[in-house]
Design a binder for this molecule. Structure first.
Ligand code: C2E
Ligand code: MG
Ligand code: MG
Ligand code: MG
Length: 283
């Protein structure tokens, strides 16, 4: 009966419902419910300047505070959301929540840092996407120059609307990076025409950079290419000092990874920003 009532049928779901009835609800429906019932969270992973070590950015990464399963990661959310239009609603929530949080940090007087948001293909396909991002930024009084949108190479395959949205966002001052660079269907000529500001080197090239000559060659080539194209490079998934040293020598601009910090809940980032502000206070 609940099923025939369609989309909004989750309203009848109660946590004490018997297990077999609860199984009626697919992950997708459960996720829609999670969005409506405020179970989604954002964690933020710091990004650092490779030379001076300053905090330069935070990447927002989605989590799900599941009522029975605990804190679930992006792998339990994004693939399900992307298989339906739900990713559009979740994506909008991510923009709204992260911009609100950034505004909160700025209001407290912490040094403004760049905020990176992951964007799915389906969001970028919306003709209004650039306008949506701009309105949310205006609403929270966040300058788009502090925002970086992370898109993947596959997002941009044959997508005039997507490219148009990115052009518009770049015009409005936003930063655009290609996430997981080197793992998708890339086309070198698109680097020439796309309005991008940075490349993120995927963790798969970083992980064995010390002992795999091929991975080292690829990482070095991406960094050299970025320099020629005036793009910033961020290495993802930096876990050891040796990896950081090799990447710094190669000229990589920014580091993100467990060596420095895991993604952290907003309150922990707040504490961290507070401590750094105090430690650099001239008084
Ligand atoms: P991504 O954007 O490439 O994010 C980096 C992922 O690598 C994150 O996983 C992060 O926790 C993980 N990571 C960072 N440093 C290290 C490290 O040193 N070692 C290892 N092993 N892992 C590291 P996470 O949070 O599970 O996210 C996975 C993917 O899900 C993201 O990959 C992104 O593609 C997607 N995603 C996450 N949040 C969102 C979102 O709000 N919207 C959309 N559309 N996609 C999202
Ligand atoms: Mg990313
Ligand atoms: Mg990535
Ligand atoms: Mg990735």
């Amino acid at each position: 009966a609940a099923k025939s009532q369609g989309r909004k049928s989750y309203a009848v779901y109660q946590p004490d419902m018997s297990e077999h009835v609860a199984q009626y609800f697919t992950r997708d429906q459960e996720l829609r419910q999670a969005l409506e019932h405020d179970q989604l969270r954002l964690h933020y992973q710091p990004q650092y300047d490779s030379r001076c070590g300053d905090l330069v950015g935070l990447e927002a990464l989605i989590r799900w505070q599941h009522p029975n399963e605990g804190l679930l990661g992006a792998a339990d959310i994004i693939p399900f959301a992307e298989s339906s239009a739900l990713i559009v609603d979740i994506g909008r929530w991510v923009l709204d929540e992260s911009f609100r949080q950034l505004r909160d940090w700025i209001k407290h007087g912490y040094k403004p840092v760049r905020l990176s948001i992951n964007i799915s293909a389906r969001q970028l396909e919306d003709r209004n996407f650039a306008h949506i991002v701009d309105s949310i930024a205006t609403h929270h009084e966040v300058p788009l120059s502090l925002i970086e949108l992370e898109v993947t190479e596959s997002c941009l395959q044959n997508s005039n609307v997507g490219v148009h949205n990115l052009r518009r966002l770049k015009q409005l001052g936003a930063n655009i990076s290609i996430d997981d660079f080197g793992t998708g269907y890339s086309c070198m000529s698109s680097l020439k025409t796309l309005p991008i500001t940075a490349l993120k080197i995927d963790r798969c090239f970083i992980q064995h950079i010390q002992d795999e000559a091929n991975d080292r060659a690829i990482a070095n080539a991406i960094i050299a290419l970025s320099k020629q194209l005036n793009l910033r490079t961020t290495a993802e998934g930096v876990e050891t000092q040796a990896q950081a040293d090799l990447l710094r020598q190669a000229g990589c601009d920014e580091f993100q990874g467990f060596l420095y910090s895991k993604p952290l809940a907003a309150e922990l980032i707040t504490q961290y920003l507070k401590l750094s502000a105090e430690s650099t206070d001239p008084l």
